[in-house]
Write a protein that binds this ligand. Structure first.
Ligand SMILES: [Fe+2]
Length: 219
């Protein structure tokens, strides 16, 4: 990584604000350099005092908290994972997805796209990401599920999506059955999103493990 940093003349972000400024610069053109963004996010050393205003936990489900709306090409979201909480298996709407661990550890389970419905989905890899580690995925690499494997510690991650999206697909591991889901925010810019009867009702029904911050469409 040091050679790459030197060859690209990457300025090491000392703070979260530095990182965000660097990301705005990286996304000022229409081309996305995945290695560059990955490196930039890796170089930021997590400092809770800089991101805790976005980190809002819910006892029943993991939360998605909008930290920065970006420049129209990306957004930044802080995800808060209570002990043992996890997402469903999901796709990424043709977007690039970078995930940096800000606190705790996260487990990523990678799956192939299901070839036909009715068959158990094939898990092809498991990766553990520790604090400051960065993961990357897009739809051509497969699908994934993210979980906080700890039953005693919470976890927090910073996600960059390029472009931002509000719909994705969630999959049933046992059958490969998929449904479209709308992505929701628990808070925006540090403020709790106003109570929504519809989404909160659906979230209550989906509850805990299967909840992915996504609301089933047409339900
Ligand atoms: Fe994801």
């Amino acid at each position: 990584m040091e050679d790459f940093v030197a060859s690209k003349n990457i300025k090491i972000p000392q703070t979260l604000d530095d990182l965000i400024a660097g990301l705005y610069e990286a996304f000022s053109s229409d081309r996305v350099n995945v290695d560059y963004v990955h490196t930039l996010m890796s170089l930021y050393k997590s400092n809770p005092t800089e991101w805790k205003k976005f980190a809002k936990f819910d006892p029943h489900r993991y939360t998605r908290n909008l930290a920065d709306g970006g420049n129209g090409k990306f957004n930044l979201i802080v995800l808060c994972w209570g002990e043992g909480q996890g997402s469903s298996i999901h796709s990424h709407a043709d977007a690039h997805c970078f995930m940096k661990v800000l606190d705790g550890q996260l487990k990523e389970s990678l799956y192939d796209w299901p070839e036909e419905e009715g068959q158990h989905m094939h898990k092809k890899a498991e990766n553990i990401y520790k604090k400051n580690g960065v993961a990357y995925i897009n739809d051509s690499l497969g699908l994934h599920r993210i979980e906080n494997p700890s039953h005693s510690d919470t976890a927090v991650s910073l996600h960059l999506y390029c472009p931002a999206f509000d719909m994705c697909q969630c999959f049933d591991e046992r059958t490969g059955h998929k449904h479209n889901s709308r992505v929701t925010f628990y808070s925006k810019y540090g403020e709790r999103t106003p109570f929504c009867k519809f989404t909160d009702a659906v979230n209550d029904v989906m509850g805990g493990y299967t909840y992915d911050g996504h609301v089933p469409e047409n339900n």
